[in-house]
Write a protein that binds this ligand. Structure first.
Ligand code: NAP
Length: 247
């Protein structure tokens, strides 16, 4: 139980990667706050799985792009568990379109959820971590931030912004015992990628050196390492977990 006694907040934990991360951190002993935007049923399912495995979880519904709502969410968690030791900024959306067809609202929505959400949660949680003089923050970027992707100018900008944010926050917070790293997943099978036609999935898999699409557990394993004591001396890094896609 490497995370016994620690408290973790995982944003976007009702589905996909966040769900796998929440379940993994709880199985490593952490109390887990499951954040979600609107999908209560799916969030309850994650809480039930954690509790059935003997772990502790609470549900915290909040739109991460809303600073005041995030402030309330952090208060709810610290009122309940007194500390926040681990923050996983995972909540994210896509609104894909080619540049000339992309609506300004779709650009704003993706930046607000994927990038401003990271700012909101990190600013407010790091205040608590600074008092504790320790903490672990992991931000979900994407290989798209490293390589670009047609149809995703909004998403790639947000995910590349997360990398600059991660490195800057890592420099600010390192002297106070807080590490900040990013994970850049490749193509992971979740609701986000389900809409992609099978033939594109197959051709993508052909380009991945390990020969398969990623599983949510592949990302959860990397996150579990970065928040563990084993990663004490790692900060400001971007770890691609992509089967070799973006090397
Ligand atoms: P997903 O299956 O679509 O799940 C998205 C999660 O984010 C859900 O729990 C959703 O909550 C939550 N969410 C969305 N907007 C939110 C908001 N404004 N406030 C709070 N929560 C919000 O996505 P995924 O594929 O697991 O992706 C997770 C993260 O990994 C994202 O940041 C994504 O960009 C990144 N990523 C994914 C891939 C991939 O191949 N899947 C690759 C690279 C990076 P509700 O259930 O309530 O809607």
């Amino acid at each position: 139980m490497p995370l016994h006694g620690k408290t973790a907040l995982v944003t976007g934990a009702s589905r996909g990667i966040g769900r796998a991360v929440a379940i993994r951190l709880a199985s490593d002993g952490a109390n887990v706050a499951i954040n979600f935007a609107g999908n209560l049923e799916k969030a309850q399912e994650v809480k039930a799985i954690i509790e059935a495995n003997g772990g502790n979880a609470m549900l915290v519904q909040c739109d991460v792009s809303d600073f005041n709502a995030v402030e309330q969410m952090i208060k709810q968690i610290t009122d309940n568990w007194k500390s926040i030791d681990i923050l996983i900024n995972n909540a994210g959306i896509t609104r894909d379109a080619l540049l000339l067809r992309m609506k300004p609202d779709d650009f704003d929505a993706v930046i607000n959820t994927n990038l401003k959400g990271v700012f909101n949660c990190t600013k407010l949680v790091s205040k608590q971590m600074l008092k504790q003089r320790s903490g672990r923050i992991v931000n979900m970027s994407s290989v798209v931030a490293l390589e670009g992707n047609a149809g995703q100018t909004n998403y790639a900008a947000a995910k590349a912004g997360i990398i600059g944010f991660t490195k800057s926050a890592a420099r600010e917070l390192a002297p106070r015992g807080i590490t900040v790293n990013a994970v850049a997943p490749g193509f992971i099978e979740t609701d986000m990628t389900n809409a992609i036609p099978d033939e594109i999935k197959h051709s993508t898999a052909d380009k991945i050196p390990v020969g398969r699409l990623g599983r949510t557990e592949d990302i959860a394993n990397a996150v579990a390492f970065l928040v563990s004591d084993q990663a004490d001396y790692i900060t400001g890094q971007v770890l691609a977990v992509d089967g070799g896609l973006a090397m």
